[in-house]
Structures are given as C-alpha cells and as structure tokens.
Design a protein around this ligand. Structure first.
Ligand code: PLP
Length: 283
C-alpha cells in the first residue's frame, strides 16, 4: 500500500507527518471519506464540494487545485488496486511552531490521501442482519456541519456502542431528539410510511449519502419529511436505518437493546440500498 503525503507517495508503513502538524496538536483539520466501487469514486464531486466548504469555514487554504486533487484521489485508488473500498483524505492547517492562533501566512496545509480495500460482502451481510445502535447524550461542539478531524465525542460514542455489542451510537440532544450517528446520519420510516430525517443545520453533518437517499426516495415515490425525531419514535417506527459513504444504507434493528420493527430489517431500507448507486455519480 502507498499513501500520498504532501506531494509524495510513501509506503504505507513508513508514511509520516511532522510532530508539529496542527492536525496532530490541535485536531486543526478536516477530512473526507469517499466510497470506491468497481474501481471508481462515488460522488467525488459532492465530497470535494463539502471539503471546500469545511476548509473555507475554518479558513484553511485548499492544499491543491481541485483538478490536481482529483488526480491524487484516483491515483490512490489505482496505486493501491482498490476495486471496492474507501478513499480517506485529510487536510490540516499545516506544520508550525505550537501556538493556538493561526500559523504565519504562507504555511502550507498538509494533505494526506490513502485508499483501502473493503470486501463488499461484509456490508451486505450486515445489511441483511441489521445493526444495533445505542444512544448517548449529544456532547459535540456547535459546528458539526464542518467535517473536522476533532472527533473525541464520536470516538467515545463508538466505543460505548462497541462495549454494548452495537455498531453505531446515536447522539441525542437535550430535547430528546436524535441528531445523528457517530459516523452516519439517522433515519426512520414512520407508520404512515414517511421517511424522516433531521434537517441540515449546524447540528448534523450534511451527509453525501443522505443527499443521495433523498434523490432515491423521490425516484421511488416515497414521502420525505425533514424534521427531528425522538428515540421513542424510532423505537415505535416501522423501520430505522443509517446512511454513510462506508455503510450506504444500513438497517437498524435494535436501539439500546430494544427491537425496532420486530428486530428485522425492513423493505424500505432494502429498496433504498438496492437503488442507491443508480443515483450516485461515478468518476
Ligand atoms: N454524520 C457523521 C458524524 C459522519 O461522520 C458521517 C460520515 O462519516 C456522516 C454523517 C455521513 O456522511 P456521508 O454520507 O457523507 O458519509
């Protein structure tokens, strides 16, 4: 395996960044995770658009022109011979003497791009069985619409899930509404057959898969209502599922140990998952 680090392709085992990289010292950076399918990137454009937005909100310069970045992303896939898997991209504010304020003008942002293979059979098996989620209080900062590498609450939430035999954690805000998962957006299908997911805003990440599922839902003639939902509503829902580039559409069958929808994956999630890639863009 090889990894792109600031202009060079390095062997995976020996790829390094500087100890005073601001990503390392301050989590001062952003990232993207893009699905690779059949050797092609899924919705690359939407991911780079979101990257540009995250960077601009944090006033971190773009490390490369977008055309050059696209070449690096495709090279990561090609050089690592990834047919199905993920590309990971991280940009930080660069290397500078430790000081909370921004580094001197002209400091170059750091760019790391890696790619890894994932056997799609694992995801398909998980989707047939459905996953368990646990709920945790929302403790993240007020700008989680920025895809920042500062992920401590997400790390703790995911570990809490793991320790309870679950695959994902749902953050729940002070009013009892689910915001999103530790690394996914959260959805339910109500008894009326409506799809419900939280509207975008500073309190959730605008998931690319969330956007794709909106398109799929419209094409499938499903009604979508963007509003917050509670854990109780999810427990009483006909179906629940999560979306993320690494999960596509993943049915949720247990919440805090209680079965959702009889504890088996439902037809709506299956339909959305099956139709997903017909509505994604490949490059
Ligand atoms: N919400 C959070 C907190 C995430 O980390 C992710 C993805 O990792 C998502 C939502 C889903 O976003 P996407 O569909 O772009 O992968």
């Amino acid at each position: 395996r090889v990894v792109y680090v600031n202009g060079q392709w390095r062997p995976f085992r020996s790829a390094v960044v500087h100890v005073e990289d601001r990503g390392y010292q301050f989590a001062d950076g952003v990232y993207e995770v893009c699905e690779v399918r059949g050797g092609r990137l899924v919705d690359e454009r939407r991911h780079t658009d979101r990257l540009v937005r995250s960077l601009s909100e944090l006033r971190i310069p773009l490390p490369l022109p977008l055309s050059a970045l696209s070449v690096v992303l495709h090279e990561a896939v090609r050089r690592n011979r990834v047919r199905d898997g993920l590309v990971y991209l991280q940009v930080t504010r660069g290397v500078a003497r430790r000081d909370h304020g921004f580094p001197p003008p002209g400091t170059r942002p750091s760019l790391v791009v890696s790619a890894k293979r994932i056997d799609p059979a694992g995801g398909e098996a998980a989707a047939r069985a459905g996953i368990a989620v646990v709920t945790v209080p929302e403790t993240r900062w007020a700008r989680v619409d920025i895809k920042a590498i500062a992920l401590l609450p997400n790390v703790l939430a995911k570990q809490a899930a793991r320790e309870q035999g679950a695959r994902e954690a749902w953050f729940v805000d002070r009013d009892g509404f689910v915001t999103e998962g530790a690394s996914s957006n959260a959805w339910i299908v109500t008894d009326q057959g409506e799809l419900v997911t939280r509207p975008v805003g500073p309190d959730i990440l605008r998931g690319i898969s969330r956007e794709v599922v909106k398109t799929v839902a419209a094409a499938e003639g499903l009604t979508l209502v963007e509003r917050p939902f509670t854990v109780d509503e999810a427990l009483a829902a006909r179906e629940a599922f999560v979306t993320a580039a690494s999960q596509i559409v993943m049915p949720v069958v247990r919440i805090d140990g209680q079965p959702v929808a009889g504890g088996t994956p439902g037809p709506v999630a299956a339909r959305l998952r099956a139709a997903f890639h017909a509505h994604a863009e490949f490059s």
